[in-house]
Design a protein around this ligand. Structure first.
Ligand code: GDD
Ligand code: MN
Length: 373
């Protein structure tokens, strides 16, 4: 069959994968700059667009109709930066793949230097970084600079990573290495590079390339609180070696906060109430209610942020959440009582009951209140 091959050179040595959402005003300029920066390299550009309402895909396809190096992978019914990058890379047949943003904040002029570090066998992945000498993050406006630095420090603390800029969305790697780990990557969130490095572990040889993060050319950033929460979830999942669902970790954190809210409310009420058993019971009931409201609101904002309830459905959800919690308490007391009868170890019976009701609340809230999965 190889007799029919024109030559043995790959049609593209480098695929540049560019996730886009509402970037119509940037694609032509980006292709123009890639053409200049990658002169002498057999490259292709794969734009992965999540059906942007501004017609980004049409703009890309208009270029692709004239330039065989440009392609548009149009996704329907899905959203997400990491997932778009994963699918774009998987669609490539080139030996090397790069990921970069469409808004020209990532400096395309460093791409040849990154490619050289891969082709000379020095590394399997080259991460472009703003945080070593020669790099800079001047293009990050206002609070984003602080958030990025905080997230970077948190990442270095919580998950060991050799990346100086784990938040970067700009990197290049050998495609064969990517294909190996692709099934274990998470399509949620923004942090594809960190996910790749954490999932591949020490076997992946990483080099870095400093660059200056520039200003956005056209349009606006899609970063938001939802993406921040997903990022925390990714960190937590990696900390537990992917054993525990990040949603459950958030649920447990909210529950723990709820305990403190409960004690705080109870303490506050007791300051104003004379010390009588009946009044204590009333205060305990009130504190339980306060904690339940706080748990519901925090779970709605954090744990189930992607399925947040609003307006009437929030009220309905709260009633359901309360019912589920009440059944959880009964199950808790039942189990603990039964265990204590079998073997009178108070703390083991008590803890088993509490864990049991936490799991029950989590499973039922996920299924029926927020209907996630
Ligand atoms: N297909 C697709 N789907 N693309 C998306 C989506 C999505 O849901 N969300 C964002 N993108 C694309 C944007 O169109 C852009 O090309 C790129 O992903 C980055 O999105 P921006 O909205 O420009 O993000 P940013 O500038 O705030 O953040 C960038 O810089 C950060 C550094 O602080 C990203 O590269 C981050 O990964 C990086 O951490
Ligand atoms: Mn950007």
């Amino acid at each position: 069959m190889s007799g029919s091959d024109q030559n043995n050179k790959p049609t593209a040595e480098l695929s540049v994968v560019i996730p886009t959402f509402k970037e119509r005003g940037n694609v032509a300029e980006l292709v123009r700059r890639l053409d200049l920066a990658l002169a002498g390299i057999a490259w292709e550009a794969i734009f992965v667009d999540d059906s942007s309402p501004d017609g980004t895909a049409a703009a890309v396809k208009q270029i692709a109709a004239r330039d065989p190096r440009v392609r548009c992978l149009l996704r329907v019914g899905r959203r997400g930066l990491a997932g778009a990058c994963i699918e774009g890379i998987l669609s490539s047949a080139a030996p090397y793949v790069a990921v970069m943003d469409a808004d020209l904040q990532h400096d395309e002029k460093v791409l040849p230097a990154m490619l050289a570090k891969l082709t000379n066998g020095q590394a399997d992945l080259v991460a472009a970084t703003r945080y070593v000498t020669g790099g800079s993050a001047q293009g990050l406006e206002g609070s984003r600079g602080g958030i990025s630095r905080l997230a970077t420090r948190l990442t270095h603390r919580l998950v060991g990573t050799p990346l100086s800029d784990p938040m970067s969305g700009f990197f290049m790697m050998r495609r064969d290495r990517f294909d190996e780990i692709a099934p274990r990557l998470s399509p949620a969130g923004f942090k594809i590079l960190l996910d790749i490095a954490a999932t591949a572990g020490a076997k992946l040889r990483i080099a870095e390339q400093p660059y200056s993060f520039g200003e956005r050319f056209d349009g606006e950033s899609k970063f938001n609180a939802q993406i921040g929460v997903e990022f925390l979830g990714l960190l937590l999942a990696k900390m537990t070696g992917d054993l525990v669902d990040p949603r459950f970790i958030f649920f447990a954190i909210v529950g723990t906060i709820g305990l403190f809210v409960h004690l705080f409310a109870l303490g506050l009420l007791l300051v104003f109430l004379p010390p009588q058993p009946d009044l204590f019971r009333a205060a305990q009931i009130a504190a339980t209610f306060v904690a339940m409201v706080s748990n519901f609101l925090l779970n709605n904002e954090l744990t189930y942020r992607d399925r947040r309830l609003k307006g009437w459905s929030m009220l309905k959800g709260f009633v359901l959440f309360g019912l589920i919690g009440s059944v959880g308490v009964l199950a808790n007391v039942d189990l603990a009582g039964w265990l204590y009868m079998e073997r009178p170890i108070w703390w083991a019976a008590g803890a088993a009951g509490a864990v049991m009701s936490a799991l029950w609340n989590y499973a039922m809230s996920t299924l029926f209140v927020w209907r996630a999965r």
